[in-house]
Design a protein around this ligand. Sequence first.
Ligand SMILES: Nc1ncnc2c1ncn2[C@@H]1O[C@H](COP(=O)(O)OP(=O)(O)OP(=O)(O)O)[C@@H](O)[C@H]1O
Ligand SMILES: [Mg+2]
Length: 254
Amino acid sequence: MAKVISLITQKGGAGKTASTNALTVCLKHKGFRVLCVDFDPQGYLSFSMGVQHNLPTVYDVLRGTASCTEAIQHTEVADILPADGLLGNFVYEFSGAGSERLLKDALAPVQNLYDYILIDSPPELGVISVNAIIASNVVLIPGLSDGYSLQGVIQVHETISRIKQTLNPSLVLGGMFLVRFYPREALSRTTWETAKLITQHLNLPLLETRIRHSNVISKVMTTLQCDMIDYAPKNTAVQDYINLTDELLRKGVF
Ligand SMILES: Nc1ncnc2c1ncn2[C@@H]1O[C@H](COP(=O)(O)OP(=O)(O)OP(=O)(O)O)[C@@H](O)[C@H]1O
Ligand SMILES: [Mg+2]
């Protein structure tokens, strides 16, 4: 039975998609069977994995016009349930009772085929992210090391906690981690100290591993079908993602 992990924050550009890609690759290199789910109408995770177009997406699975197995694509990087702009219709098409559980139900038939399912989400805390949170066993919150990004953590924590209390009691808040970290810059170091205070206040784990800034990440995300560990195994940010995966496994979050 796969453990389902979603990366959630309403903050745009906070590293959700890059981290979903990276953690998928790291788990796959450890020999785990991993599926990633693009649950963002922007479709950047699908783009980064070089998915084929004009094939069923997660939207078709939600509508019941394709099965999950039919929609999953097996790319060079990983298995992915892709998304495109049509997922944006979700907000209008599906509302009312039960609509928040659609992704959970959609993934049920493939739960036994994978060890991990990682879900990328859009920069919002509406019905799409709520579906991702309800479908998950664990949520992770990435945050930019720029100071501002932390402002949103209280809000995302509140939303996740509310869903945990009402709709998904066994949900684990796996923690927050910082991305695009510059070890030598004062702003990054201050953000780290602030992150410690905020997470302590919220009783939210703060992951020790910080993902350093590296242009290799942007390069990998825009080079279709590029596995970051094969491409740049010694790169600092890639090493950080490998260490973050180890930390999450060690702490029982993964
Ligand atoms: N460690 C890193 N070093 C350098 N660039 C990075 C790093 N992590 C992410 N980026 C880049 O930062 C930008 C934003 O990252 P990403 O797309 O993962 O954020 P996001 O939270 O998914 O954004 P959105 O909310 O729009 O979906 C991208 O261009 C990505 O390539
Ligand atoms: Mg994204």
